[in-house]
Design a protein around this ligand. Structure first.
Ligand code: MTE
Ligand code: MO
Length: 203
């Protein structure tokens, strides 16, 4: 059953399996979770780079990026600090559409997302190739607010929120996995909420 706990709705055990991964609470709010200050980037200065193990390096400016095909994705958002926001409508560019501009080299298996402000997070290439992974510049019908990653963030609905890099400005294709900001501090390399991959088990 649903239990109201202030603003937070708790899904009890019998309902969890339907929509909410184990150990998560449902909230209608959209908390801001950022390590450090919110970077402010003028759109005229904004650049997005694709580099590393790709056939062709890319640098896109805002106009070029937002000229790419636009897709809307409805997706759940699960933060490792235990809140889940179930209904989110993201608008932006699918990872698979960006990948039409260049190709990963055959040895590329992992991607490091880089961000304005210095945050990084690693994601396996096959995870990014899922049809619901996008670079979002709008959320629930509004331009993405700066605190939520505007002008552009990565959204990886099937991973905990820390993989959804805010202020993303680059993708580095790699042969080997390497830890990003939180992964180097004990967060799980894969971070699948449906497997409760929160932290490394020995920590
Ligand atoms: N650049 C950057 N991206 C980030 C973070 C961050 O600190 N810096 N926090 C991550 C974490 S832990 C979560 S849960 C989500 C939160 O997104 P929100 O602030 O839009 O709710 O952003 C992720 N992306
Ligand atoms: Mo998070």
């Amino acid at each position: 059953m649903l239990k109201k706990l202030g603003q937070v709705t708790k899904i009890s055990q019998d309902q969890k399996s339907l929509h909410v991964p184990a150990g998560q609470y449902v909230t209608q709010k959209f908390p801001v979770l950022t390590f450090g200050p919110t970077p402010r980037i003028a759109l005229s200065d904004w650049r997005f780079k694709v580099f590393g193990l790709v056939e062709q390096d890319l640098t896109l400016d805002w106009q070029q990026f937002t000229s790419l095909p636009k897709t809307t994705v409805d997706a759940e958002f699960h933060c490792v600090t235990q809140w889940s926001r179930l209904e989110n409508t993201w608008e932006g560019v699918l990872f698979t559409d960006l990948m039409k501009l260049t190709k990963p080299k055959p040895e590329a298996k992992f991607v490091m997302a880089h961000c304005y402000g210095g945050y990084t997070t690693n994601v396996a290439l096959d995870v990014l190739l899922d049809s619901d992974v996008l670079f979002a510049y709008r959320h629930d019908g509004q331009d993405l607010p700066a605190d939520h990653g505007g002008p552009l963030r990565l959204v990886v609905p099937k991973r905990y929120g820390w993989k959804s890099a805010k202020w993303v400005n680059g993708l580095e294709f790699m042969a080997e996995d390497a830890p990003g900001f939180w992964e180097a501090r004990g967060y799980h390399m894969e971070g699948d909420p449906w497997k409760e991959q929160r932290f490394w088990e020995d920590l």
